[in-house]
Every structure is written in C-alpha cells, then in structure tokens.
Design a protein. Structure first.
Length: 252
C-alpha cells in the first residue's frame, strides 16, 4: 500500500519538534547558524538537515501572521532524481513509495541536485556525497510511522495510506491538495486553502530541461546502445506526459 504524508500547515504551530525528531532518529548534528532577524532556524535544508519549518511572515489587519511549511523531500511518484542518477540503485523507490538515496553508492555527481523540481537533495563538499529525507523507510518497513509525524503535537503531519489521506482531506473541505497531481503525484502533500505560493511552494513545479539534457550529454558516451536508447525514450516519454498533463490542465 502506498504511504504518504498529508501535511496541514494551518495546524502547524512552528514548534520544530519534527526537526528535532528527524535529527535524533538520523543522529544528525545541529547546525551552527546566526540570527538573521527571524525565528526560522536553520535558514535552509542542508546535508545534515533533512527537514525544516519555513517561516513566512505576512502582514494582515491584526498585525503579523506566520505561515509555517514543513520542507523536506516530497517523494515524487515520478522522481526525477532517480531518473537522472547514473549509478544503479543509488536512488531507489520502496514499495511504500519512499524515494531513498543510498549515500554509500552516491558518487557526488550532483545530477539529482540539479534535476529536482523542489531543490531538495543537498551536496556536501567535505564527503562528496548527497543526502535528503528518506521517509524513515526503515521505520515504515517495521510498521512504525516516521519520526517527524510521530512527534508532531498538533497532528499537522498525517501519515498513512495515500488514498485514505486524500479522502479525509477532501471530506474536511480541502478540495485542492498540493501534491495530489503536481509532478504526476507526490507522496508528501499539503492541504492548504490559499494559493500554494503564499507558503513558498512552486505553483508549477517542473524539472529544468537543461539538467536532464546536460546529464544525458555527459553520460551518453558511457552508455551501451541499448541502455542509451532506453534512457532517451524514458526522457522523451517524461516530457510528453508532462506536456499532455499541462494541456489537460489548460483545457480542464
Ligand atoms: S522532491 Fe526531489 S529529491 Fe525528492 S523525490 Fe522528488 S525529485 Fe527526488
Ligand atoms: S520522514 Fe524521517 S527522514 Fe524524513 S523528515 Fe521525517 S523524520 Fe526526517
Ligand atoms: S512538529 Fe508539527 S506543529 Fe511542530 S513544527 Fe513540526 S509540523 Fe509544525
């Protein structure tokens, strides 16, 4: 059964317990940061920060309103990080829908970094490796839920079967769920009633074409004819389907 997160940013209080739980479970050190005039900390994802809460401040009639967004890998159903990775099994998808990067196999080529529509994978120049959220796939495989959703005190991070989560959100009045259809479906979705860009989410996430074709130009000489043709076909198919879905959205 495909698993997913459905995050309700309106229920998030910005406590960052999810950030801490992720660090603890993954034994990641804290970041050294400087105060830059906001409670948001750290300022961005990094090799040692797989998830963080983005704070957006908005002025309204009663003063300042904070919008909180949990940032992390969105575990795309059609993950371009997987598509462009030249190393077999360096990035895999589990049967539950987690997109998992194996740091031992990563060669630090950064193609996944450049191809991700959400700018998630993080390169570490010291180790020459890339890292990102792995959806706590080892916990899921043991019947547990991810560390971040388990700790959340407000229930802002719902974890469970993707279809059931979508049904619950729609029954609760969220007709448009970010991630239900974006990039042909994400396994981390957001139930929001305002425009996604108000939370800093891209309205039309897409893969930079230059990233895909740059990768192809570099790797083509290394590929056998058969695998080369298969990869070119996969890339063309990817863009065809993306264009088709755009046309469909336009005509809907
Ligand atoms: S959000 Fe980026 S890193 Fe995560 S699965 Fe999608 S393409 Fe890969
Ligand atoms: S799913 Fe696991 S690795 Fe990903 S953000 Fe949550 S705690 Fe961190
Ligand atoms: S633990 Fe829950 S309420 Fe706290 S910051 Fe994370 S998502 Fe928001």
């Amino acid at each position: 059964m495909e698993k997913a997160f459905l995050i309700y940013p309106e229920n998030c209080i910005g406590c960052r317990a999810c950030q801490v739980a992720c660090k603890q479970w993954n034994q990641l050190p804290a970041e050294v940061t400087a105060n830059y005039g906001t409670y948001e900390n750290p300022p961005k994802l990094s090799f040692i920060t797989y998830t963080k809460i983005k704070y957006t401040e908005k002025k309204n009639s009663s003063g300042i309103q904070w919008l909180f967004l949990k940032e992390q890998c969105l575990h795309c159903r059609e993950a371009t990080c997987m598509l462009v990775c030249p190393v077999p099994e360096a990035i895999i998808r589990t049967k539950e829908g987690a997109v998992v990067l194996n740091r031992d196999k990563c060669i630090g080529c950064k193609h996944c970094v450049n191809a991700c529509p959400f700018h998630i994978p993080q390169f570490d120049p010291v180790t020459g490796k890339v890292s990102k959220c792995h959806f706590c796939h080892t916990r899921i495989a043991e019947g547990m839920e991810p560390a971040c959703s388990q700790i959340c005190p407000t229930g802002a991070i719902k974890f469970g079967d993707r279809d059931a989560l979508l049904r619950q959100a729609k029954n609760a009045g969220y007709q448009s769920i970010y991630g239900e259809k974006e990039c042909r479906g994400l396994n981390v979705m957001y139930a929001i009633k305002v425009a996604p860009k108000q939370y800093g989410l891209p309205e039309d996430p897409h893969v930079p074409k230059a990233a895909l074709f740059g990768w192809l130009r570099i790797c083509k000489p290394l590929l056998g004819l058969g695998s080369g043709i298969a990869i070119i076909a996969a890339i063309l198919d990817f863009f065809n389907r993306k264009n088709n879905s755009k046309e469909k959205t336009t005509t809907d």
